[in-house]
Design a protein around this ligand. Sequence first.
Ligand code: GLN
Length: 536
Amino acid sequence: MAKYIFVAGGVMSGIGKGIAVSSIGRILKSKGFKVTAIKIDPYVNVDAGTMNPIEHGEVFVTDDGVECDQDVGNYERFLDENIYTDNYLTTGRVYQAVINRERNLEYNGRCVEVVPDIPNEVISRIKRAGEKTKADFILIEIGGTVGEYQNMLFLEAARMMKLSYPRDVLFILVSYLPIPKKIGEMKTKPTQYAVRTLNSAGIQPNIILARSARPLDEIRKRKISVFCNIAPEDVISAPDIETIYQVPLNFEKENLGNKLLKKLNLKPRKKRDLKDWEIFVNNAQKTVKIGVVGKYFKTGEFTLTDSYISVIEAIKHAAYSLKRKSVISWLSAEKYEKNPDLVKELKKYDGIIIPGGFGTRGIEGKIKAIEFCRKNKVPFLGLCLGMQLAVIEFARNVCHLKNASSSEFSKNKEAVIDVMPEQKVLLKEKKYGGTMRLGAYKCKIKPGTISAKTYKDLIISERHRHRYELNNNYRKILEKNGLVMAGINPEKDLVEIIENKNHPFFVAVQFHPEFKSRPLRPHPLFRGFIIQCLRS
Ligand code: GLN
């Protein structure tokens, strides 16, 4: 029988629950078990695709085209396993399924009720995900924090599962212990409240992961033990650390993996094997400086980089594999718009990335940055919108199509980037949710290109999330002027990769390679890019 470990958050959100789940997954995998992870997001949105990245953070895309929470990206990265649609639940998805079934008379005329029908739907989805992946362990992250109205039905589902399978279900609470500046002491009271709230939902945690700025001392461990009804050794210290990839190693210092196995009457199938991981985390000696020109950074006084999480991680993986630590600078495209002269600062970086994005803000600034990289031979990697803008820049400045643009930004210009006919219909009918070109598509690479060299393969598959494409009517003129169409989708004959000749590394892709980068298997394009950054 598969084992289920539910992970809930106490006190506040944003304390690394997703990383905790991912790390536990990695540890269990290293002990010889097959692991999968499920994300439950309590919001009503059917998926994360319709949400603003500043508010919600990055939208991650799976191979089967689900637009989901960035934690799913963490699961894929830490577990080195693909996660599919069944592993992503939202209130919207669950209710939608129940309502559809009710409309189809599948409840045989009986009254359909919030409890137990909604928790039952949650349970059947969790089980289905486990069965499909044939996992020994199914880790389930319940989004938000305990006590929130929104996740009550999911906690109810968890409680019901424990009742049905008492020996196969565990609960972990990830809680936060603040250290108020004026007091200078780590406080356990909020965690005590969180556990009581969880208790009132009928759940007792088996493990508490105590997140804090500093490690937990024995006094606090004992206090939590007494007040939260848990053995002191089951309170695990989880202090802030430099990189998320150290978390599995830190948990293992407290023997978390074996503690979980023991509670479930299991023995490790393999001796501890996080060696590769340890080498990967401690490998970097020198640095590589990467500039990312984007726009989803600012919220009030704060700089948020959550919107580009997969790009950041892909840079890190590639850099680590070359024994480098990446130093990433966030460069606001809008400042190049206001003051084009500032683009000269891009010379300071070993390489420049322009990531994906939507809407018109910052567009002209990004185009200026691309022009600078092209002319000054600065290594450049364009991702999705980054590729579309590289095409516009080339059309304007090399092909002399002064009005070149994308129909996403302006209607009456030369649309070198345009919307596909089937997308036009969707937009007209306001069918926005889940209707972009999403998920994995094949791409055929042209031999002899930089892409062919970096991928070492001529047929690849990459994940997409966009509505607009390079307009095939302009392909000839772009090619005649020297733009290399280095990758083509064979089914739809769409351009997926462009390269600039006479440049050490100018590669821009319509897809999102960052979604497929893994710590121990860095993405070839990011690796190729960093290699060139170190050469230039
Ligand atoms: N806005 C562009 C499109 O929809 C690019 C999207 C992206 O960068 N993910 O095609």
